[in-house]
Structure formats: C-alpha cells, structure tokens
Ligand binder design. Structure first.
Ligand SMILES: C[S@@+](CC[C@H](N)C(=O)[O-])C[C@H]1O[C@@H](n2cnc3c(N)ncnc32)[C@H](O)[C@@H]1O
Length: 253
C-alpha cells in the first residue's frame, strides 16, 4: 500500500517533483489531531493567547486545526454574545502564524484560514439573529494576510528577497470577560523574533506612507536627504475589530 492509497480521501502528495524539490508531503488530518492532542500542545491550543508559528505551513493543516480548536473555545464562552465573539475570535486568529515557500500553498493556506474563520463567524451571527460585519471580516483578512507569509524559513527572506516581517498583535486590556479588546500592532523581522528581540509596543518603524513611496524623481535627490525627510510612523492602538484600517500616526522626534 502506498501513501496515496492509505489516505485515499486526503490529497497528501501533489507530485513526485514537488516532493523531490520541496519535500512537499502534507500531514494527514488524523496525525495532525494526534499531534495536537499531545500534552502541553493540547493545553497551548486551549489558551486563547498562546502563539503558534508553522515554519513550513503548506496549506495550513496544522494552523487551521488549531484555529478550529481555539474558535470552539471562544464559541463556548461567548457564543451568546456576538460582540465578544467577534473580539475574541479575532484575538485568537492573530495568534497563528505561518511561513510557506511556495505561492500556491501559501495562498491556499490563507484561503483555508479565512474560510474556517468566516464559516464559524457566520454561524454565530445567524445564531444571534444578526449579520456578519464587514469590519470584522476585513480585520480577519488583514490579520491572516500579515500572519501567513510566503518566504523561505531557512534564509528568513521573502520571495522578493526582503526580510520576512511578522506583526505582533498585543492585547492591551485582555482579561476575562472584557468586551472590546484593544490591540497594539508591532512589526518584527523573523530574525528579531528568533533572536528574542523585544520592542516597545508600537515602537516606531521606518515606514513609507503609500503616497511617499517611489517618487519617480527620487533619483534626482541626494538619497540621505530623502531618507531624513521620510516621516517615521507607528501603528496606534486600536480596537481589534478596527485593525483593518492599519491606522498610524507620526512619531514625535
Ligand atoms: C512536508 S510539507 C508539510 C506541510 C504542512 N506543514 C503539513 O504538515 O501538511 C513541507 C512544506 O514546506 C514547504 N517548504 C519547503 N522548504 C521550505 C522553506 N525553506 N521555507 C518555508 N517552507 C518550506 C514546502 O513548500 C511544503 O509546503
């Protein structure tokens, strides 16, 4: 019996070439669940704020299952209170990170995470006789697209050759039962994270506003002057349901 017969209902290999080139064999769901049921890991899956980083995320089978488990807990505690469900479900979503080398897998991982989030949220909205809110879905999309990154975990570089950057979404007022969770977003490179570097919440990053990027006449300026003129920005603390706005403010020098 070969692997594909054994897990006939699950597509765990796509092609021999992809196995040879990228070691791509997906983990069957039963094994994922057995692994997540191991002591300590099971407890981490039951902790709303514990973070997970999958260095070779594939299509996200581990991350999706962890998301399901965490959302089930949120539903258990806040299923009758849609506002709290929205806040806590976005909080748990923000704890799950993945890096994946191949574009198609990374995209599928993003889609799988969103689908699980959306379906669970929709179910809760219907149960509460309400509609899903765009700002919640937009915040979910923003979080997932920043937390699931296409890149090479070994070189720590994105496909474009830039350092892989992940965002910390730190809850500022997290205690049991709080209704509206406020979040401080801070960006770290993967190297920062692995090196245990700690930044102050919202520590300024050199960040270019869209409108300031790539001025076509930049080449006429002295590069150093141009650099100094760029404004330093930082993310401001916002409600977790508003993270989609990516609001920033100028940093006083
Ligand atoms: C063995 S599969 C496992 C996927 C998933 N974790 C699972 O259990 O189903 C390995 C995955 O790692 C990805 N990969 C290989 N080298 C990588 C690297 N240097 N950085 C990030 N991902 C990588 C492959 O594209 C593939 O999707």
């Amino acid at each position: 019996m070969n692997l594909s017969d054994k897990y006939a209902n699950e597509k765990i290999i796509k092609s021999k070439k992809r196995i040879q080139n990228h070691g791509e064999v997906f983990t069957p769901k039963r094994i994922v669940n057995n692994m997540l049921d191991l002591p300590n890991i099971r407890e981490a899956c039951e902790n709303l704020t514990s973070t997970f980083l999958e260095p070779a995320a594939g299509e996200g089978i581990f991350l999706v299952e962890i998301l399901r488990r965490k959302l089930a807990l949120v539903k258990k505690s806040y299923g009758d209170d849609l506002l709290r469900y929205e806040n806590y479900s976005l909080l748990v979503l923000s704890t799950l990170y993945g890096v994946e080398l191949l574009e198609d897998n990374a995209q599928k991982c993003v889609m799988n995470m969103y689908q699980v989030y959306y379906e669970a949220y929709q179910q809760q909205a219907i149960k509460n006789g309400r509609k899903v809110k765009n700002k919640v879905l937009d915040s979910a999309k923003l979080i997932i697209s920043n937390n699931i990154v296409q890149g090479n975990f070994l070189t720590k570089l994105s496909t474009a050759g830039n350092p892989i950057v992940l965002s910390e979404w730190k809850p500022l007022n997290f205690h049991k039962g709080v209704k509206t969770i406020r979040i401080q977003r801070t960006e770290y490179t993967l190297l920062d994270i692995l090196g245990g570097i700690k930044k102050e919440g919202g520590e300024p990053l050199t960040y270019l506003k869209e409108s300031e990027q790539l001025d076509l006449f930049d080449f006429l300026d002295d590069k150093e002057i141009a650099k100094k003129e760029r404004k330093q920005m930082k993310y401001i603390a916002v409600k977790v349901t508003d993270v989609y706005r990516e609001e920033m403010e100028e940093v006083d020098e």
